[in-house]
Design a protein around this ligand. Structure first.
Ligand code: SIN
Length: 343
């Protein structure tokens, strides 16, 4: 009897030892339990078929591949989890771990970011990249640290255009009396008010209905945002003005970021760097393609500003630079002007 008992205990020990992987903890990455994974909730406000939406998905896919499923990036597009005005707080509270807000949405957090929204600040996308990938971009990104945010990459959308339902916008005077939705940023409000229009700050997820119901007459955005959100269905006129840049900073909550194992941070950083190049190409491609599609679909009457018209808009908006300099000091405004001279 006693022998039988000893044999049973021995067998249980052998089975347990075998199951435990002979003393070594073997991680089968195909079978990682939910509580063993690092989950990164990445929330954003635009549609999936946009440069940001596609890049977030690509980042998630590559990170899953490269960590064997140990790090899972869950992407929540279209303001599904948090909308403008909520997402930054959610990041600070650790309810999500990554975001990629439009830079205009940092106006409250670190006002110098508004220089990027100055009208006609950049002649082309290469000068945006030179500015953002150099010391100026680094300085702006480090301004986010005091808010416990880590800026990890700068993604493009592209240059903004203007749509409205009232009249074609060709001359600066054409803006008079028209209401335009803007992102929550003083410099953007000033841009429209300077032209005698009325700026109405509003979260991105509310724009389609506001245009459809006539709560505002128009808005400014990139082609990919206009197309993916069907603004063209509820607007009549589009002016290709390329008057200012819309880009994103991919952000993480600093406490979360610093708590990650170093090797995970490295994989995330390297993957982001790779996806950033891909995203920038994709943004250029989508904006071009979708403009062609909108031309074919024909919901909008499209006007492309000539060089002379562009110059008139530029002159009409020059006081926006002075107003911003009064608000944030001249350092950043001068810096962007210097960049224009260099170009
Ligand atoms: C975005 O591209 O993330 C939204 C831009 C907007 O609010 O107009």
């Amino acid at each position: 009897m006693e022998k039988k008992k000893i044999f049973a205990v021995y067998m249980i020990a052998v089975v347990l030892f075998t199951l435990s992987g002979c003393g070594q903890r073997v991680v089968d990455t195909q079978q990682i339990a939910k509580n063993e994974k690092i989950v990164i909730k990445f929330s954003h406000v635009v549609a999936e078929n946009t440069p940001k939406g596609l890049a977030a998905e690509r980042f998630a896919y590559l990170v899953r591949e490269r960590t064997g499923g140990y790090v899972e990036v869950q992407v929540f597009p279209d303001s599904l989890l948090y909308k403008d005005g909520e997402e930054m707080q959610a990041l600070k509270d650790g309810k999500v771990q990554m975001l990629a807000p439009a830079t205009a949405k940092f106006s409250d957090i670190y006002p110098p970011w508004q220089v990027l929204d100055l009208p006609f600040a950049f002649p082309d996308i290469h000068s945006v990249h030179a500015f953002m990938d150099g010391p100026a971009g680094e300085e702006l990104i480090s301004g986010l640290k005091s808010n416990k945010l880590v800026g990890l990459a700068v993604w493009d959308n592209g240059f903004k255009q203007v749509t409205n339902g009232i009249r074609p916008l060709v001359k600066p005077e054409d803006f008079r009396g028209i209401t335009f939705r803007v992102m929550n940023s003083q410099v953007l409000e000033d841009q429209f008010n300077t032209l005698g229009a009325y700026a109405v700050p509003m979260p991105f997820n509310a724009v389609f209905n506001a245009l459809a119901w006539g709560n505002v007459d128009g808005e400014e955005n990139t082609i990919s945002n206009i197309y993916s959100k069907h603004f063209d269905r509820v607007q009549r006129y589009l002016t290709i003005s390329n008057h200012s840049y819309l880009g994103y900073v991919v952000l993480a909550n600093a406490d979360f970021w610093n708590s990650l194992p170093a090797w995970v941070r490295k994989v995330l950083e390297e993957t982001l760097a790779e996806v950033t190049q891909w995203e920038r190409d994709k943004a250029a491609e989508l904006n071009k393609e979708q403009l062609e599609t909108m031309k074919k679909e024909g919901y909008l009457t499209i006007h492309e500003l000539t060089a002379t018209e562009r110059l008139k808009w530029q002159r009409a908006l020059s006081s926006v630079y002075d107003h911003l300099a009064q608000e944030i000091g001249s350092y950043w405004v001068d810096r962007i002007k210097m960049d224009q001279i260099k170009d």
